[in-house]
Design a protein around this ligand. Structure first.
Ligand SMILES: [Zn+2]
Length: 372
């Protein structure tokens, strides 16, 4: 999924990407606050945006912890000012959404964390006795502590709306997916998300409360991205291995020495090789393994270095299914087999490239057909 992220940090194996809408939020806050209180307020506006980021991070930590507990570890999160979108395997998400109970718990975990944070902040504000958390205006650079309370309250309330891809919308989609196909359920949930986003923007325009418009805009953006991810997945399910496999490729024999193998690797662009003996596929090996083995143990045979734990795909298997086999076992090559004969290979290395070419060739074919 192409994601407009401004920067990425890795935390405990999870990629955290900050979406460009955080910059939109920063600029929006700068305009409003500087207009209201003058240029001296700028550092506080950065602080305020930081508080939104922290609140969203806590929210997402809630999802991630419960998700991992329920057996669906999250690989990456794209952070929006209203929450986050899970990155990575869309199939895992589909499977997750098919279990209404599990999806509901995971979805509720985020808002629950924010509710806890809001409660704790309110308690501290009351205990210090400076002023109550309801000190107006609700979210402003003037009082960061009160803002923190209100940011978290807002995250709870907004995320419980049935506006996909916010948490309430996810529960709604899981509920819809019980009675219809997943993609249709997603499309319905996205439509409602768009409708709610539109209502926010209208209400914002009518009352000139810019916040409402901004929230509508964020929901709209997030819904667009999620819909695209689901549609991308449906394309991946439609493409078959024979559409994209490499049919001209080099193979190695288990009896080849590692030096021979490296020599072959130099002369072709392949990073991964199937190992074939007497017409039978017996293993796979990567260029990296060849190099590592040569370095560590000197020359030897491909037989001793190849991996026998590989997966195969059939000609007509969908790219989605093959892709899941690859990623679930950390493989970079999948041989395509027809009646026990090796007919092609698909590697992560060439996948993106061949998907692009496939799209291009289909477009050209359609143009030709239109001309005829
Ligand atoms: Zn959430």
């Amino acid at each position: 999924m192409r994601s407009w992220s401004v920067f990425t940090v890795r935390f405990r194996g999870i990629d955290l990407r900050v979406h460009i809408t955080f910059l939109v939020l920063l600029v929006f806050l700068l305009l409003i606050e500087v207009n209201r209180s003058g240029p001296g307020v700028v550092p506080r506006v950065f602080g305020l945006t930081g508080l939104v980021l922290v609140s969203v991070l806590l929210h997402e930590a809630g999802h991630a912890v419960i998700s991992a507990r329920m057996g669906v570890p999250i690989k990456g999160i794209l952070l929006f000012p209203l929450g986050g979108l899970a990155l990575g395997d869309p199939m895992a998400q589909e499977e997750r959404a098919h279990n209404l109970r599990r999806e509901t718990w995971i979805a509720l975990a985020g808002p629950l964390v924010n509710a806890g944070v809001a409660g704790a902040t309110a308690a501290v504000l009351l205990a210090t006795g400076i002023h109550g958390p309801w000190f107006p205006p609700a979210v402003s650079a003037v009082s960061l502590a009160t803002s923190f309370f209100w940011i978290n309250v807002s995250l709870v309330v907004l995320n419980l709306l049935p506006a996909f891809p916010l948490d309430g919308g996810r529960i709604l989609r899981a509920w819809l997916a019980r009675r219809m196909e997943f993609r249709r359920a997603t499309r319905r949930a996205v439509s409602l998300g768009h409708l709610i986003a539109g209502l926010f923007m209208l209400a914002g325009a009518a009352t000139s409360i810019q916040w409402l418009m901004l929230v509508g805009f964020f929901i709209f953006m997030a819904a667009q991205m999620e819909e695209r991810a689901v549609m991308f997945q449906s394309v991946v399910e439609a493409v078959q291995m024979e559409d994209i496999m490499l049919t001209e490729f080099s193979i190695l024999s288990p009896a080849d020495t590692l030096e021979d193998a490296l020599n072959k690797a130099v002369h072709c662009l392949q990073d991964d090789f199937p190992v074939v003996s007497g017409g039978d596929l017996v293993g796979v090996i990567t260029r990296q393994t060849i190099v590592d083995r040569l370095r560590a143990e000197g020359n030897g045979y491909v037989q001793g270095a190849m991996s026998k734990a590989f997966e195969i795909a059939s000609r007509t298997e969908s790219l989605g299914s093959a892709f899941r086999k690859l990623t679930s076992r950390g493989l970079s090559l999948i041989p395509v087999v027809d009646q026990e004969r090796l007919v092609g290979i698909v590697t992560l290395q060439h996948l993106m490239h061949s998907m692009g070419l496939l799209a291009e060739s289909r477009r050209l074919r359609r143009q030709m057909e239109e001309k005829m």
